[in-house]
Design a protein around this ligand. Structure first.
Ligand code: CP3
Length: 351
């Protein structure tokens, strides 16, 4: 198990110096790929998440096509909500929809301990991936971070401003904290199952973590994420935390919760981020996914410019600043991966 422990990507997350920067893309198994679309034409989204053989197949498509350095298990962050009794559906368009969102203090009481049987399919997919992939490729397991999971449960789906979540946190702090704690405690066994099945690295997605004002962010978003990381125990694999859209001003605080790496959104200045976090954590990212809608030449130039900002001797984890857009031409995704893999980092010695 965990035989990707010495894969290029895993070594780089741990902070070892590497001969080249590893690369993968958030949402790399998705609607821009023809193989994925062919599977989805016959399989509803949740059925796909719950069919380990098929989920493994779509996970592998970007690895086979582009030779990405890491495979992220095909699943969704909202499966944990479902396991806690907060049922979610994925209609063909419009994003996820919760059947009965958490809107009142009384609603929090129905969020129960996770039924791990409902998410075992994800660990099963990880197991297939780890036995299929060579040791040179890392397998990434993932979950939401507590805040982003709670935000979806409260909003009942995607949201522009998370106004219901912010209101709930201000108005019912004790109930909000209880919801966060139940979520954090549900995420720990979910991630541990993925590790037991062979996940080499874990990523926690807090896409909307930065929507809370500074006081509530400091009180709940980071401590509850830290609670999950600490709960994984001393033998845990490396953890990457995505503090989400608009998190540039919060990187220093986010670097202090014990994650091995932070994943940056596309709005963050990479050189500034390195100056902010020093060598406490590694950084992942953060090309604007919109660039992948342009041309291979532009993508190559932008990738080179981005990676030229990485300080000598630091191992950058190359990625996008958010999920790949569904209209991305596959050859443009390929150009990005190729450009990242062709880049040769400057070494400390050459300074
Ligand atoms: O990266 C990967 O390839 C692995 C799979 C993965 C998915 N979702 C598959 C998916 C991962 C890592 C996620 C995480 C996820 N899910 C996040 C955090 C990262 C982010 O993108 O912000 C969030 C917020 C979700 C919740 C979610 N799932 C939303 C808001 C949506 C609808 C948006 C959309 O793009 O349609 C989903 C659906 C979803 N999850 C799809 C995929 C491939 C699209 C479903 C489809 O096939 O129609």
């Amino acid at each position: 198990m965990n035989n990707g422990a010495n894969a290029l990507f895993t070594r780089a997350v741990r902070g070892e110096s590497v001969e080249r920067f590893p690369v993968w893309m958030m949402r790399q198994a998705g609607r821009y790929l023809p193989g994925y679309m062919a599977v989805r034409a016959k399989t509803p989204f949740l059925d796909l998440c719950r069919s380990p053989e098929l989920a493994a197949q779509v996970t592998l498509e970007p690895i086979e096509r582009f030779d990405a350095d890491a495979a992220i298990v095909f699943a969704d962050i909202l499966l944990t909500a479902d396991a806690m009794g907060v049922e979610v559906t994925f209609p063909p368009t419009g994003g996820p929809q919760f059947v009965s969102p958490i809107r009142t203090v009384a609603d929090v009481a129905r969020v129960h301990e996770p039924d791990t049987a409902r998410t075992r399919c994800v660990a099963e997919t990880v197991r297939i991936l780890r036995t299929t992939l060579p040791a040179s490729k890392a397998v990434i397991g993932f979950s939401a971070a507590p805040f982003t999971l709670c935000a979806y449960m409260i909003e009942g789906g995607s949201s522009r401003d998370f106004i219901l979540t912010r209101r709930f946190a201000h108005e019912h702090p004790a109930a909000f904290e209880e919801l966060m704690l139940r979520s954090a405690n549900a995420l720990i066994p979910y991630l541990q199952e993925q590790v037991a099945a062979g996940a080499d690295v874990l990523q926690l997605f807090d896409t909307w973590g930065s929507t809370l004002p500074p006081d509530l962010y400091a009180r709940w978003v980071l401590p509850m994420t830290k609670h999950v990381i600490d709960g994984l125990g001393a033998d845990r694999p490396p953890v990457i935390y995505f503090p989400g859209i608009g998190s540039a001003a919060r990187l220093e605080a986010a670097a202090g919760i014990g994650a091995d790496a932070l994943s940056l959104d596309w709005q963050t200045d990479l050189a500034h981020a390195y100056a902010t976090v020093g060598d406490t954590v590694r950084l992942q990212g953060n090309l604007d996914p919109a660039l992948l809608l342009t041309t291979p030449e532009r993508i190559r130039a932008a990738t080179h410019d981005m990676l030229s900002q990485v300080p000598a001797g630091r191992p950058q984890l190359v990625n996008l600043g958010h999920g790949i857009h569904k209209d991305t031409p596959p050859e443009n995704a390929g150009a990005f991966i190729e450009a990242a893999q062709a880049f040769r980092p400057s070494t400390a010695a050459s300074l």
